[in-house]
Design a protein around this ligand. Sequence first.
Ligand SMILES: Cc1ncc(COP(=O)(O)O)c(C=O)c1O
Length: 366
Amino acid sequence: MTISNTCSALRYVRSAVRDMAPYVPGEQINDALKLNTNECAWPASPAVNRALYGASEDSSTDNLRLYPDPSASTLRQSAADLYGCSADQIIAGNGSDDCLTIIYRTFLEADGSCEVACPWPTYGLYDTLASIQGIRINHYDYAQRNNTWELPAALGQHNATLTLVANPNNPSGTHTPLLELRRLADQVEGILIVDEAYADFVSNDAERSLISVLDQHPNLIVLRTFSKSYSLAGARLGLLFAHPALVAEMNKVKDSYNVNALTQAVGTAALTDITYHAQLLSNTLAARKQLEIHLAALGWTWPQSEANFLLCTVGEQAHFIYEQLKERGILVRWWDTDLLRNCLRITVGTPENNTRLLAAIEDILS
Ligand SMILES: Cc1ncc(COP(=O)(O)O)c(C=O)c1O
């Protein structure tokens, strides 16, 4: 059967969807060294493997024959215990991207009355989700000062329905002091979402998370992911923390079985292996330090990173180096945009990964 290139039914696709650019995830090339999507460089806890095989093999629990627990209660209770909050403040999602989708669907009217705001540049999916719903998103450029990126003052002054801040930010790795975010929560008219995808890598634990102050900010939503510090990007698991009343509304919007049974099991296991998690964090921070020493010797600079990646200012050769690294089987992230064209975002790898990366860069520059 041959399929025609044109499709007369395309006219039924919503214009907001037809007109939007798709989100472009980081490239995946077989066998390449992936330093382009900020995954953890080490494997997940052995407890995760045990939970995975237990959940898939134990026929007495009927784990795969039956639908999963729609509210992921065991996982949520483990998270509540770890973060010192209550399980009714938590929703589990199919990655934190799913949590973001739930938020957008819950709060944004499609009648043109809502706006979304975020500092820029940041995680591109915030834009894509707004486009899907035909909602305008306003960008406010970060102020780049003293080796860090500061929140733009204008961010909280426009009464957006949703204001999103990634903390630490992607792609800069920079951290916004929690007090500033709390002030922003008080200032905005709508909901403030603080995306803490990389928060576990923040060196000062008092500056890591807003989860403990949620009860003082009823308009605050905090997001967490297992894709980075727990090394579970392939399992797709994220958590949303908010006031129980908001959680109850958002629960109406989520897919009933949005987190599958295997992921619920591995997520619970990962959360409870605190020692292994601490090891993943210290491995990453040590490898980041090693990478920083060598990249500094090349004359490259980056804002101070509190995450598992560095946004290196490389100069006009950035795209060339990105292409050359790809030819050598190493993927890093490059964007063809005014603010980032001279930069490469490099995920921290194992010491061996970093050595390979640095040798390739030296070869390219020689
Ligand atoms: C700031 C930020 N939030 C969310 C995500 C996606 O997380 P998840 O894999 O849980 O969907 C990413 C992934 O790169 C990210 O950088």
